[in-house]
Design a protein around this ligand. Structure first.
Ligand SMILES: Cc1cc2nc3c(=O)[nH]c(=O)nc-3n(C[C@H](O)[C@H](O)[C@H](O)COP(=O)(O)OP(=O)(O)OC[C@H]3O[C@@H](n4cnc5c(N)ncnc54)[C@H](O)[C@@H]3O)c2cc1C
Length: 488
C-alpha cells in the first residue's frame, strides 16, 4: 500500500493521519500509526430480518417501533446499553410538538407531530416522567411549548415499548461495517461481547446520528464541523424555585415555562437567564466554560440538563481529538458545579448526578440524500408532493421562523440515501444548510422522521422493493392511519 492509499484508509477508519501526535496535552502518549496488520478472513454467523435499524436514539427508537408494528421482523442495533440517544443526553427539552402559535396572535394552537412520538410522551406522562407539553410564559417567540423529560424514565419506557413491539434489540452492540451487493446493502456487521455477527435485511434505516451505516455503505457525505461539542450534566441537590428567585433578583429571566414538576401542575419547569445581567463572576466564568444558563426539570431538586460546550478544531469523527475534548468537558462540568455552589442560593450542595457516556454534537456527518431541504423550504412553509410529516419549529426563532406560525413538510426523498437502493436515514444527519438544519435536527422532527423511515422500510420489505420503487400513496395512507399530521 502506498503512502496516499495508507492516508485514505486511515481517514476511512476515522482515525486521522496525525492521530496521537497533536501537541498540548501534557503527559499524553504519542502513538503514531506506522504499520498494518492484515486480519484473517473469518466466517460470521448470520441473522436475517426484514428491516435493520442502526442506532436506538431519538429517531431510531421510533423507526423500530414503526417498522415492527407494520409486521416487519425488525432488528435494532445500539452501541450503548439503553435506547434514547441524544434526547436523553443533549439538550433542554423536546422541540416541538406544536406550531409557534403564541408568537403569532390569532394563529391556532396545533399539535403538528403526533403518532408514535406523542405516544411515547403519553406513556412517559403515565410513568411521571415528563412535564407534559408545558406552555412558555416568557420567551414564547422562541417556542410555544416545552416538553421536558426524565431522562432515565425515557430510557426505560422506550425500552419497554420496543420489547412489547417485538423488536430484536441488540444493545451494547456496535455496527462496524456494511456488506454491499451492487447498489444495495445486503447486511451489516456488528460486534458485541457475543462476538462478530452479520445481520441481513431487506431494508435498512441509518439512525446513528453520525451516519455510520451510510458511510460504511459508501454513501457520499460532508462533515462541516460547525458546532461546539457538548457533554450535558444532570445536577442534583438544587432548587428550581431558588434558581428562579436568583434570576429574578438580577432581572435576568429570559425564558420560562410552567408544567408538571414532582407531581404538581403549574410549576416552573424551564428557565433561561440573561447571562449579561448576572453577577460578573458567574457570567464570565460560565462563558469561559461554554455553560448555558438554560435548564428544564421534572423534579423540584434537579436540573435535568446543564450544557457545557466546547469548540473542537476538527470534526468529532476524529477519535484522538475527541479524547482531548472528553477530558476538557469533564473539567468544565466540575467547574460548572463550583459556580452553582458559589453563586446560586439553594445550590450550595449541588452535585453531578448524570453525565453522558460520550460527548454529543448537533451534527457530525451529513449524508447526501435525493433531496436536501433548503432554508427557504423551511421559512416559506413549503410542502412537497411526497411529504412524510409536517414540522413547525425552528431553533433560531424569533430570528428565523416558519411563515405565519405554520408548518413545512419533510419529503420522503430527503430520507433516501443517494445511490443506495434500500437505505433510508432519519435524524440529525439530513439537511446540509446550517440554518435549515437548525430546524430539521430538533428532537421531535427526528422522531417524526423515524416514524416515516421505519414505516417506509417495512413497506419496502413487505413489497420486496427498493426505497425508490415504493408507492408514495401507500406510504402516505399508512402514515395517516398511524396518526401522522400533514397540514400546512
Ligand atoms: C448539546 C445538544 C443540545 C441539544 N438541545 C436540544 C434541545 O434542547 N431540543 C431539541 O429538540 N433538540 C436539541 N438538540 C438536538 C437533538 O437532540 C438531536 O439533533 C437529536 O436528538 C438527534 O437524534 P438522532 O436520532 O439523529 O441521533 P441520536 O439521538 O444521537 O441517536 C443516535 C444513536 O445511534 C447510536 N449509534 C451511533 N453510532 C452507532 C454505531 N456505529 N453502532 C451502534 N449504534 C450507534 C448512538 O449510541 C445513539 O443512541 C440538541 C443536541 C445537542 C448535541
Amino acid at each position: 500500500m502506498n503512502r496516499r492509499d495508507f492516508s485514505k484508509h486511515i481517514l476511512m477508519l476515522g482515525i486521522g493521519v496525525n492521530a496521537g501526535s497533536a501537541k498540548g496535552s501534557k503527559g499524553r502518549t504519542k502513538n503514531q500509526l506506522r504499520n498494518y496488520y492484515e486480519e484473517p478472513a473469518k466466517k460470521l454467523p448470520v441473522r436475517e430480518f426484514d428491516v435493520a435499524i442502526a442506532g436506538a436514539g431519538t429517531a431510531g427508537v421510533v423507526a423500530a417501533l414503526a417498522a415492527a408494528r407494520r409486521g416487519a421482523k425488525t432488528a435494532l442495533i445500539e452501541a450503548k446499553g439503553y435506547p434514547g440517544g441524544t434526547v436523553v443526553e443533549g439538550g433542554t427539552a423536546l422541540h416541538s410538538f406544536y406550531n409557534l402559535w403564541k408568537a403569532f396572535p390569532g394563529v391556532k394552537k396545533r399539535q403538528v407531530v403526533r403518532g408514535i412520538p406523542q405516544e411515547i410522551i403519553g406513556r412517559l406522562a403515565r410513568a411521571g416522567g415528563t412535564t407534559g407539553h408545558a406552555e412558555m410564559s416568557k420567551g414564547y417567540d422562541f417556542d410555544s411549548v416545552c416538553t421536558a423529560i426524565d431522562t432515565e424514565l425515557y430510557k426505560l419506557v422506550t425500552f419497554e415499548m420496543l420489547d412489547e413491539a417485538g423488536v430484536f434489540i441488540c444493545v451494547n452492540t456496535l455496527l462496524t461495517g456494511a456488506i454491499k451487493e451492487g447498489s444495495r446493502i445486503k447486511g451489516v456487521i456488528t460486534e458485541s461481547r457475543s462476538g462478530r455477527e452479520a445481520i441481513y435485511a431487506k431494508s435498512f434505516v441509518d439512525c446513528t446520528a453520525y451516519g455510520d451505516l451510510s458511510a460504511f455503505a459508501g454513501a457520499k457525505y460532508t462533515e462541516p464541523n460547525d458546532y461546539a461539542v457538548c457533554n450535558s450534566i444532570g445536577v442534583a441537590n438544587v432548587s428550581m424555585d431558588k434558581y428562579y428567585e436568583f434570576l429574578k433578583s438580577h432581572d435576568a429571566i429570559y425564558q420560562q415555562a410552567e408544567g408538571r414538576r414532582s407531581g404538581k401542575d403549574g410549576q416552573i419547569v424551564r428557565l433561561q437567564g440573561r447571562t449579561v445581567n448576572l453577577p460578573a463572576g458567574f457570567r464570565d466564568q460560565s462563558r469561559k466554560i461554554g455553560m448555558s444558563t438554560v435548564t428544564t426539570t421534572v423534579h423540584d431538586n434537579y436540573f435535568m440538563f446543564i450544557k457545557l460546550n466546547l469548540r473542537m478544531p476538527v470534526s468529532p469523527t476524529n477519535r484522538d481529538e475527541v479524547a482531548k475534548a472528553e477530558l476538557e468537558l469533564r473539567r468544565r462540568q466540575a467547574k460548572a458545579i463550583e459556580l452553582f455552589r458559589e453563586y446560586v442560593p439553594g445550590c450550595e450542595k449541588a452535585f453531578i448526578a448524570r453525565t453522558s457516556p460520550r460527548l454529543n454534537i448537533r451534527r457530525g456527518r451529513l449524508i447526501t440524500c435525493d433531496y436536501d431541504i433548503k432554508l427557504s423550504d423551511v421559512l416559506e412553509g413549503r410542502h412537497f408532493d411526497d411529504d412524510v410529516m409536517a414540522y413547525g419549529f425552528h431553533d433560531s426563532a424569533p430570528r428565523l421562523q416558519i411563515k405565519n406560525g405554520g408548518t413545512y413538510g419533510i419529503p420522503y426523498r430527503a430520507l433516501r440515501v443517494a445511490g443506495i437502493g434500500n437505505l433510508l436515514v432519519a435524524g440529525m444527519m439530513i439537511t446540509s444548510d446550517h440554518d435549515a438544519h437548525m430546524s430539521t435536527r430538533n428532537t421531535v422532527s427526528c422522531m417524526g422522521q423515524g416514524q416515516a423511515a421505519g414505516t417506509a422500510a417495512a413497506l419496502c420489505a413487505d413489497k420486496n422493493c427498493g426505497t425508490r420503487e415504493l408507492s408514495y400513496t401507500h406510504l402516505r395512507k399508512t402514515l395517516e392511519k398511524d396518526n401522522v399530521y400533514f397540514e400546512s
